[in-house]
Design a protein around this ligand. Structure first.
Ligand SMILES: [Zn+2]
Length: 239
């Protein structure tokens, strides 16, 4: 069973297998209080959460992971290349200029997203003192047995996860299913100002394209059952 939580500005997920739950990404830290009600809705509790697995180390995905580790001792997994940033709570060096970021704010959607992010703690990345690093090709020993596919570009350690029992792919921010600047729906890559390497992010699309999955879940934008090929083709066409 999969539950999508969060808001129109960003999602995180609960993946259940045999009564145990993996939290995939940990939202913005302000989403913390939505966790227990969603677990209760699934007939589960916080004690059933056995792992938090992060697609990457940006603050709108690390969210409440550190808090949950501190209060409940839940292990946090992240790719090796993003593990130091996760531990230190450090923001990445994006390739775009801060001026490009300012330019985004001429769009009403960006303003709303910015206000929402500030209100939900998105500009102070919390530290996760202990992380379990993983590598490309790993099969994680967590509920749902996620398979790791390294897709760098948005961050150095960005990964997508395939959940075999659900035939689902958690895409994180390797592809957004809306334009995060304008709010227009459809597959897009994040703007240059939000990536460590946009060229590398486009190269990583070929890794996603070769995967088969019934449904794709995105960090930003609605889920899709169009298949990886169609989604990747749409994202490439916007370049
Ligand atoms: Zn994001």
């Amino acid at each position: 069973m999969i539950r999508m939580l969060g808001t129109q500005f960003g999602h995180f997920f609960l993946l259940e297998q045999d009564g145990e739950v993996t939290v995939i990404d940990a939202g913005l830290s302000g989403y913390r209080d939505t966790l227990e009600p969603a677990l209760a809705d699934m007939g589960r509790s916080i004690d059933d959460v056995k792992a938090i697995v992060l697609t990457h180390a940006d603050p709108d995905h690390v969210g409440f992971a550190g808090e949950l580790q501190q209060t409940h001792g839940i292990p946090v997994y992240v790719h090796r290349a993003d593990s130091e940033r996760t531990r230190q709570g450090k923001t990445k060096h994006a390739e775009g200029s801060p001026l490009a970021m300012l330019g985004m704010l001429k769009h009403a959607h960006s303003w709303r997203a910015l206000r929402h992010t500030i209100a939900n703690g998105g500009f102070k990345q919390s530290k996760v003192p202990r992380v379990i690093p993983f590598d490309d090709g790993d099969e994680l020993e967590v509920p749902g047995r996620l398979r790791v596919i390294h897709t760098p570009g948005h961050t150095e350690g960005h990964c997508v996860f395939y959940a075999p029992f659900e035939d689902a792919l958690f895409v994180g921010d390797a592809i957004n299913n809306l334009d995060i600047v304008t709010g227009q729906p459809g597959a897009h890559l994040a703007p240059q100002a939000a990536n460590t390497s946009t060229n590398q992010a486009y190269e990583s699309l070929s890794r996603i394209e070769e995967l088969d999955a019934h449904i794709l879940y995105f960090g930003h934008g609605d889920p899709s059952t169009q298949g990886t090929r169609a989604i990747v083709a749409e994202a490439r066409s916007k370049r």
